[in-house]
Write a protein that binds this ligand. Structure first.
Ligand SMILES: Cc1cc2nc3c(=O)[nH]c(=O)nc-3n(C[C@H](O)[C@H](O)[C@H](O)COP(=O)(O)O)c2cc1C
Length: 216
């Protein structure tokens, strides 16, 4: 294998000496691109909630478990509760839906990230279409090409200070995939047009890809 050049000097940082908002910048600038879980949930009174979370991944295939991480709000959003609506809802009801975000409704997804009070239904704010789920109460996002109905498996509270996160693990009870994208369980990325989040207000498309076989 040909040698690659080691690029240059490193800046070394001790997180204990940094402000949380600067650590946030280091993390979201490094862990890129991040897929986005567009999570629909419902409170005990039946008010729908929709919010994007890019701290999102697969935790297990067997059983199928996905996870995302709502963080605690900081003092700057003092009008709202520190715990985000999504986290309160999934703890209260044990149910949520993860909808995958495509370029086509990125603007509407972004509208749902506004820090809105719990009584506001983000389906109405964004104009996205609620679609009844089969097994859970929160509706799916009809515009999304992949929707996963989830039952809460566990919540792990990792940090309680502002920007502290909780890991929400949910078992997928139903996959709904747009039929035109699905071929023998494979989802066509060319039609999915999934987006990922970079730092700040920057996003990545998934149109530029390359293949590489794993060594045997
Ligand atoms: C693309 C995107 C990804 C986001 N990812 C996260 C995340 O992983 N964790 C988090 O706490 N907030 C994240 N946010 C901010 C939340 O979406 C925002 O705080 C939202 O208002 C939370 O809504 P809720 O209170 O209805 O749950 C993200 C925002 C955007 C636009």
């Amino acid at each position: 294998m040909s040698e690659i050049a080691v690029p240059g000097a490193m800046t070394t940082l001790d997180p204990a000496e940094q402000r949380p908002q600067d650590i946030y910048k280091l993390l979201v600038g490094s862990v890129v691109p991040r897929p986005i879980a567009f999570v629909s949930s419902m409170d005990a009174e039946g008010v729908c909630n929709l919010a994007p979370f890019s701290f999102f991944t697969v935790a297990s295939v067997n059983p199928p478990i996905v996870c995302f991480c709502p963080m605690m709000r900081g003092a700057t959003n003092s009008g709202l509760q520190p715990t985000k609506d999504t986290l309160r809802n999934v703890i209260a009801t044990g149910e949520f839906v993860v909808n995958i975000v495509s370029e086509e409704f990125a603007t509407q997804m972004n509208a749902c990230s506004a820090e809105l009070p719990p009584e506001v239904d983000e389906f109405q704010v964004s104009g996205l279409t609620p679609l009844a789920s089969e097994l859970v109460r929160p509706p799916r996002v009809a515009e999304s090409h992949v929707q996963m109905e989830c039952r809460l498996q566990q919540v792990i509270h990792v940090g309680t200070e502002p920007l502290g996160g909780s890991l929400v693990l949910g078992e997928v009870l139903r996959f709904h995939v747009r039929a035109s994208l699905l071929d023998n369980f494979r989802i066509d990325p060319e039609k999915l047009h999934a987006i990922g989040r970079m730092a700040g207000s920057t996003y990545a498309r998934t149109r530029d890809r390359f293949d590489m076989e794993r060594p045997k």
